[in-house]
Write a protein that binds this ligand. Structure first.
Ligand SMILES: Nc1nc2c(c(=O)[nH]1)N[C@H]1C(S)=C(S)[C@@H](COP(=O)(O)O)O[C@H]1N2
Ligand SMILES: [Mo]
Length: 357
């Protein structure tokens, strides 16, 4: 069960995110403060009966118990998990989108411990050509477009062999809770959360992406001319793997009334695999900018917390943030320019309107 303070968008399946001030309280997000995004009901798994199948294009198909999996070398990766639909509410304000209206809390940063997916693939003698795909199947049953099936997605082989991709049993040194994938989940740092299956039951090496509708007919970036559900042609969509540079203001909250004078503005920035090198904050809707102080980014895959004290004058005030990455790239100014029907990859400048008296 999620803790009471999560903002619930949907109970069945569970979709909930923390209030942004709680999210900004600690660079490691506690499990009970971590957003939950599930597509079906949470499976109840007895660890004693659990087994992971490894098959497809492998020399030796495997069936591994939990203790056999835990016997592989252990690795810990500090990494962000972020839903492709994080900040969808901003795109929905431009033109209606399909999906829950996430604010900027469908993201969290945790210390994940488990075993390298590459080691498990090697133990099975998997084919490793870069054109191949590693497909995952989970224990949860999902309904989509009137059909019902087991959750399944895939990642390209090159990513699957990267050392940061792990099969995790713990999150922040605690066993995964049922909502976060107990007893075993994939963690694919730098990719959208959809590529990190919870309740993992099978791995298959394939010469094509997963055939599951969750891969083939969902989590795709659609072109802007598809403006309603009837207009969707999944073939023309792009599968979402890597996530764009993004940043959000967590404090103060939207609609707060503040006293004129110094005001601390705080938030997160994330460049998915790159470093965040600069965060600009504006107190006048993006006309003038100042640079925030950045906290250390402990791992290549984690986020950067930032803060700045702005001097606010009485009147309506629009706070804005935009981040810059190591490649000198920044975020688009307007959500209008990146609108897409499914409301994914919402990464325009984040704006928070407050009143100053
Ligand atoms: N088996 C399974 N894995 C899943 C999902 C799911 O519904 N079923 N949701 C995915 C999505 S869309 C996201 S964003 C992340 C969310 O992980 P969390 O709930 O632990 O935060 O899990 C991913 N893995
Ligand atoms: Mo997601």
């Amino acid at each position: 069960m999620p803790s009471d303070h999560l903002i619930v968008h949907r109970r069945e399946p569970l979709n909930a995110e923390p209030p942004l001030d709680r999210l900004r309280a600690n660079p490691i997000t506690a499990q009970h403060d971590f957003y939950v995004r599930s597509h079906g009901t949470t499976p109840v798994v007895d660890a004693a009966d659990y087994a992971l199948e490894v098959g497809g294009l492998v020399e030796t198909p495997l069936r591994l118990s939990l203790s056999e999996i835990e016997a592989f070398p252990r690795h810990t990766v500090e990494a962000v998990m972020q839903c492709a639909g994080n900040r969808r509410a901003d795109l929905g304000a431009v033109h209606p989108v399909l999906g829950d209206p996430w604010s900027a809390g469908a993201i969290g940063n945790a210390r994940w411990t488990g075993v390298a997916l590459a080691d498990v693939l090697r133990a099975a003698g998997a084919a490793t050509a870069p054109t191949l795909h590693v497909a995952f199947t989970s224990l949860d049953e999902v309904e989509l477009g009137g059909a019902s099936f087991l959750f399944g997605v895939s990642i390209p082989m090159a990513k699957a062999l990267s050392p940061e991709v792990i099969l995790a049993t713990t999150m922040n040194d605690e066993p995964l809770t049922p909502d976060h994938g107990y007893p075993l989940r994939v963690v694919t740092p730098g990719f959208a959360g959809i590529r990190s299956p919870k309740w993992l039951s099978a791995i298959a090496v394939r010469d094509a992406p997963s055939a599951c509708p969750m891969q083939a007919e969902n989590y795709k970036l659609l072109p802007p001319d598809m403006r309603s559900a009837e207009a969707i042609d999944w073939q023309r969509g792009t599968a979402i793997d890597e996530m764009p540079l993004n940043a959000a203001i967590c404090e103060p909250a939207v609609g707060t009334t503040l006293c004129a004078g110094p005001c601390e503005v705080r938030g997160w920035a994330h460049a998915t695999g790159r470093a965040v090198v600069r965060v600009d904050v504006s107190g006048d809707g993006g006309t003038s900018w100042r640079q925030a102080s950045l906290e250390a980014q402990p791992s290549r895959w984690s986020w950067t917390f930032w803060s700045i004290v702005l001097e606010l004058r009485p009147g309506p005030c629009e706070l804005v943030v935009r981040a810059w990455d190591q490649a000198g790239q920044t975020q688009p100014a307007r959500p209008d320019d990146i609108w897409n029907l499914k409301g994914y990859l919402s990464a325009a400048w984040h704006r928070v309107t407050v009143a100053v008296i």
